[in-house]
Write a protein that binds this ligand. Structure first.
Ligand SMILES: C[S@@+](CC[C@H](N)C(=O)[O-])C[C@H]1O[C@@H](n2cnc3c(N)ncnc32)[C@H](O)[C@@H]1O
Length: 387
């Protein structure tokens, strides 16, 4: 395939993408509508788009195809026509570590500034190391599985047979290359869940006891509930979300995991839910809040390009509002677990400050769960106790 053809295919897809849908969903529909594109065309268009977005707003003054070449060089260890054409002097340096590649790009283009990749560093939460975090955008995150301990060996055997490069993170966690086709590799999903490493680590803060009654109030398709249940199978559970559809997915995942006893409600936590909840009192509430998702943009780099800063305030307001409304359903002495997959202080520490100032809560602990050095997401968690 000629360079001009690859470039045109990239440009056409780029022009049509407005950042509203996640890029992978847009591409799924786009390729369906452009049936003339063969598998190689689709692969290159996908690679170029993801590389391009990983550059965020860096080198904004340069021609877009040069920017694409720089991005593709930083993100990949294999050759491409764009790199060979626009950056022939760097095309034998593809195997260098990202840090060294960044230094080469800076030498060639002194205007290159890593902070332009993610132009919101002033808004970061405590403890996030700027340089490491920014650099991580050029490395594709892994696909993490949480597996039943006694099944791990059989999974490893299956993956070895298919020659999948798998890393054992712990006796419960495996890391696979992103894009691994799990439906084909591990079709029986009863004994594992796809769950990011940092998301798995949030479970260390839950500390449930047998027969306690917990509420996962933004449950979506149940990632945190499944984790909670894995930690303490005797926990009683209410799951809720404003989106009924995602609770259907939850039902399917619970069924696959063999969980049958749980309560479920569709609730909008921005409304008064007294009618549904008036006699409820929980031993634990997990509030995995709607957020900017900025700790997961290594997986959705299109956000580096399309995110609008004013949305941080929108999410912060939503989180404070929801947090304030759920506390009344917590028993005294029990824990509210506040989680986001955001790296922004306004969605993290600032929400906790607000809750401490307005509710009868005390802070037990809070921290960012930094995943950027482990090819994982970065999350935030706080454990608050009702007084
Ligand atoms: C970060 S996701 C939850 C992810 C889930 N806990 C997991 O582990 O997979 C946040 C969820 O909050 C829900 N949400 C957003 N606004 C809400 C509202 N006003 N009331 C209730 N849930 C809401 C969204 O539908 C979304 O499913």
């Amino acid at each position: 395939m000629k360079l001009e053809y690859q470039v045109r295919a990239f440009e056409q897809a780029f022009e049509q993408y407005d950042g509203v849908l996640p890029l992978h969903r847009f591409l799924f529909t786009y390729f369906k509508q452009h049936k003339q594109m063969g598998s190689s065309d689709r692969r290159w268009t996908t690679r170029y788009l993801y590389s391009y977005f990983r550059l965020g707003k860096a080198l904004k003054k340069e021609e877009s195809l040069l920017r694409l070449a720089v991005a593709d060089f930083l993100c990949n260890q294999t050759e491409s026509m764009v790199i060979s054409h626009y950056l022939p002097q760097l095309s034998d340096q593809l195997l260098l570590p990202v840090q060294a590649k960044i230094a080469l790009v800076k030498d060639a283009y002194p205007d290159f500034n890593l902070e332009d990749v993610f132009p919101f560093t002033a808004a970061l939460s405590e403890g996030i190391v700027k340089g490491d975090f920014l650099q991580s955008f050029f490395i594709q995150p892994d696909l993490f599985l949480r597996v039943k301990e006694d099944q791990q060996q059989s999974f490893l055997d299956l993956l070895a047979k298919e020659e999948v490069e798998v890393k054992v993170i712990s006796n419960k966690t495996l890391a696979l290359p992103n894009g691994s086709k799990l439906e084909k590799l591990l079709p029986d999903n009863k004994y594992y869940q796809v769950q990011d490493l940092s998301s798995q680590r949030t479970g260390e803060y839950f500390l449930p006891k047998p027969y306690e009654y917990w509420w996962d109030c933004c449950a979506a398709s149940g990632g945190k509930s499944l984790l909670l249940h894995d930690i303490e199978p005797k926990v009683q559970l209410l799951v809720s979300d404003v989106r009924e559809n995602s609770l259907h997915n939850l039902d399917e995942r619970f069924q696959a995991a063999g969980i049958r006893k749980y309560q479920k409600k569709v609730l909008d936590l921005l409304q008064n839910n007294e009618q549904d909840l008036h006699d409820y009192a929980f031993d634990g509430i997990i509030l995995d809040a709607p957020c900017s998702g900025s700790g997961t943009w290594g997986r959705t780099p299109e956000m580096l390009y399309h995110f609008e800063e004013h949305k941080i305030d929108f999410f912060s307001g939503l989180q404070k509002n929801i947090g304030t409304r759920v506390v009344k359903y917590l028993k005294p002495g029990k824990a509210l677990i506040y989680i986001t997959c955001s790296v922004f202080k306004k969605e993290n520490e600032e929400v906790i400050e607000h809750l401490l100032a307005t509710q009868a809560l005390k802070l037990e602990s809070m921290q960012s769960i930094r995943g950027y050095n482990d090819k994982a997401d970065t999350m935030f968690i706080a454990r608050l106790i009702k007084e």
